[in-house]
Structures are given as structure tokens and as C-alpha cells.
Write a protein that binds this ligand. Structure first.
Ligand code: SAM
Length: 213
């Protein structure tokens, strides 16, 4: 069973009946900083895009973005916000209601996949499956950007911490990844600033390349 019960989609749909705690009205600053240091390439996929802050911020930087979330109401909010944007930004944005755990099933190859609070929703085996599938969805040289909680709060139905060690192991050179950045960061929420980890990994053309950090 998922950390969010037998029907995680219903759980998140219920959260979106009110303003979600992660809906801070802007893209997570830690990710925006990462994009400045390690620019993403087109096209971009956002997994678990929620109401679209990050996807919109990337489209405003000139990148075509597909935002995917399994909650219809969140995607409807994102699409509603698009209508108010400049036509050129609007043209670069698409949203889809779908399960985002298998990016390669979305029918495109991406230059970047961005993850603002998605991987930390899952247990270890699901994280492994996601990372394996991600490798197929990113073209060689494509990058995965992650911001995740680095702590697990007590109580049910909360994200599970992602550690730097875990990321270094999962996105290893032997698995065909180059770790460009992995460091402590902050995840903004409406409740608190949460200790987090920010990372950027690059899909190598061939497995076995050396890590930079
Ligand atoms: C912590 S929220 C983050 C939302 C957004 N990325 C942000 O930073 O504001 C996690 C999001 O993932 C979505 N989600 C969870 N599991 C999903 C799945 N299997 N497929 C697609 N979306 C999922 C939830 O509906 C929610 O919008």
C-alpha cells in the first residue's frame, strides 16, 4: 500500500479541495537556483505538477513544458492559470491528467524532467522503478532535477525523507548517471520551511562515466 493509503489519487484530490500546503504561489526557489546553474533543455516534463507554478516558471524561461498530475482538479487549476499568460508562454505549456510514475509511457523523449516533491511520496521499490523508467524517458545528456524532503515527519500520510546517500546510490555512474549537484536545500510550504535535498543528475550517453561530485 502507498504511504497515502489504498487510493492515493483520492487522498491528493481531497487535499486539493483546499489550498494545498505545498501551493506557495511560486516555483520552489531551490529549483529555480538549480536551473540557473544547470540550465534545463527542452522539452521538459514535470512529474506531479500540481497547480502548475513550476511548469509556468519554466515556460516563462522559454522552455516547452508538459505538466502531468493524476488529480484532475489540480490540472484544471493549472490550465485555468495558463489562460491569463502571454500567448507565447501559453503555447509552450501543456498539462495532462495521468499517472507520472512511468515518464517513458508518456510517448516522448525529454531533455529535462523536473520533480518538486514527487519522488519523496514513494517507498524505496517505487523510487527504484521510477528512476529506472526515468532513464528511458530522458535522452542522453538529459537532466533530472529534484527537490525532496530530507526529513520524515511523524504521523501518517507524509512524504518519506530522501537522503543524499540514497540519491548518490540510485543515480550512480554504474547506472548511467552523472551527479551534477546534490546538497541540502529548503522546501517552502505554507506550514513551514522544510529541510530538503536538491539534486541535478544527467543521463550519460554510456554507463560508467565518473561522477563530478
Ligand atoms: C507534494 S505535491 C507537489 C506539487 C507541485 N509539484 C508543487 O511543487 O507545487 C505532489 C503532487 O504529486 C501528485 N501525484 C502524486 N502521485 C502521483 C502520481 N502517481 N502520478 C501523478 N501525480 C501524482 C499529487 O497530486 C501532487 O500534486
Amino acid at each position: 500500500m502507498s504511504r497515502f493509503g489504498s487510493d492515493p489519487q483520492a487522498f491528493f484530490a481531497e487535499v486539493y479541495r483546499d489550498t494545498a500546503p505545498w501551493d506557495v504561489g511560486e516555483a520552489q526557489p531551490a529549483l529555480v537556483d538549480l536551473f540557473t546553474t544547470f540550465p534545463p533543455e527542452a522539452p521538459v516534463l514535470e512529474v506531479g505538477c500540481g497547480t502548475g507554478d513550476l511548469a509556468i516558471a519554466l515556460a516563462e524561461r522559454g522552455l516547452p513544458v508538459l505538466g502531468v498530475d493524476f488529480v484532475e482538479a489540480a490540472v484544471a487549476t493549472a490550465e485555468g492559470r495558463v489562460a491569463a499568460l502571454a500567448p507565447d508562454v501559453r503555447r509552450r505549456l501543456a498539462f495532462r491528467v495521468a499517472d507520472a510514475r512511468r515518464p517513458s509511457a508518456l510517448g516522448a523523449e525529454f531533455g529535462a524532467v523536473v520533480d518538486s516533491g514527487f519522488l519523496h511520496l514513494f517507498e524505496e521499490p517505487e523510487r527504484d522503478r521510477f528512476a529506472e523508467d526515468l532513464a528511458r524517458a530522458l535522452r542522453p545528456g538529459g537532466r533530472y532535477y529534484l527537490l525532496a524532503f530530507a526529513v520524515t515527519f511523524p504521523g501518517p500520510r507524509v512524504p518519506r525523507a530522501v537522503s543524499e546517500d540514497e540519491l548518490r546510490r540510485r543515480f550512480s555512474p554504474a547506472a548511467g548517471w552523472r551527479l551534477l549537484h546534490c546538497a541540502p536545500a529548503t522546501f517552502m510550504s505554507r506550514v513551514a520551511e522544510v529541510p530538503a535535498v536538491a539534486a541535478c543528475v544527467e543521463r550519460a550517453a554510456e554507463a560508467g562515466v565518473a561522477a563530478d561530485v
